[in-house]
Design a protein around this ligand. Sequence first.
Ligand SMILES: [Zn+2]
Length: 91
Amino acid sequence: MKDAINPGRDPIERQMIISEAIWELLKEKVGLTDEDLVKKVREIDLRDGVLDGRVKPEPPIACPKCGKKMKKGSSTCIYCGSNIPANVFSR
Ligand SMILES: [Zn+2]
């Protein structure tokens, strides 16, 4: 089971398979529809104001404890050691 979600030779294809699996489970178990998915994809794409199939990268966030800029994708501040839950979808 663990090997099924580890990156293979083609990480994009692996992500496609994982997305497809998640979506099929949501349709089967929760009853969402393809229309729901299309609507949500459009909503996320438009968060940066442009419907272009991309999401604008976000600027680094400030550490809530010391105020210094956090390294992107890091959950630990390199200046004060504060731990913050990382946004797994940050770009
Ligand atoms: Zn800090």
